[in-house]
Design a protein around this ligand. Structure first.
Ligand SMILES: N[C@@H](CCC(=O)N[C@@H](CS)C(=O)NCC(=O)O)C(=O)O
Length: 222
């Protein structure tokens, strides 16, 4: 059975999780403490410590760069999902860095503001230390103070995607492709704390989000 090593609020893990659900393939989630990557380190034979990591039989799959999509392409091939069709080659490559930088860079801060509500107490010290070492002391309090401007920034970053889905059910066409799952993961991370809704001004994107959340591969029975 396929295994997804993750932590539940990670935007990149939420992408892979939704892809696996979409596929209908049986899979198992293995939760890793945010602050203790020993299990990932061992699994990848000391080559990687981030999440997500996917294990399928003897294959251990993880990203090789900031903009690689090794896991999604692997699952796409393995499960025949058609997430990277030839006719969108290049265009999806241009879109996913925007999704994973401009949208993710704001979305995770807004969710992290509520970290005490979802990071297990046993992991909170390591979580706080990890964030402060990466983004500076007091970063989580600063993001809380900046909440309104971060929300405005997020709405701005999402505006082009709202335009895209005002013309068609998914970002590119009638069927979800990789970028739909990618944007979904970033927004599922934003919504993870339960403290937010997608802005009402992004009417079509709200409908799109529900659509991606429920999408099932066409080969699956209804
Ligand atoms: N480009 C990678 C990024 C993965 C990533 O940033 N993972 C985060 C969790 S959302 C992580 O493991 N961070 C911990 C660390 O860097 O120590 C991907 O798309 O999977």
């Amino acid at each position: 059975m396929i295994e997804l090593y993750q932590f539940p609020w990670s935007p990149y893990c939420l992408v892979q999780r939704r892809i696996l659900e979409y596929s209908g393939a049986p899979f198992r989630v293995v939760n890793i403490p945010n602050g203790d990557r020993a299990r990932i380190w061992k699994l990848t034979r000391r080559r990687y410590y981030q999440v997500p990591v996917v294990r399928a039989g003897k294959s251990i799959v993880f990203e090789t760069g900031d903009n690689s999509q090794v896991i999604a392409k692997y699952l796409d091939d393995l499960l025949g999902l058609g997430l990277f069709p030839k006719h969108w080659r290049g265009l999806q490559d241009l879109l996913w860095p925007v999704i994973e930088n401009d949208v993710e860079g704001v979305a995770f801060k807004l969710n992290d503001i509520y970290w005490r509500e979802f990071v297990p107490p046993s992991d909170q010290l390591r979580f706080l230390r990890h964030k402060e070492r990466k983004f500076g002391r007091g970063c989580l309090d600063r993001w809380r103070q900046d909440r309104a401007s971060l929300l405005a920034q997020l709405a701005g970053a999402l505006a082009p995607f709202e335009q895209m889905v005002s013309q068609r059910p998914y970002l590119l066409e009638e069927t979800p492709r990789f970028v739909d799952f990618d944007l979904y993961g970033m927004l599922a991370n934003f919504l993870y704390s339960g403290r937010y809704r997608l802005p009402p001004t992004l009417k079509n994107l709200r409908l799109w989000y529900r659509r991606v959340e429920r999408a099932r591969h066409p080969s699956l029975p209804n």
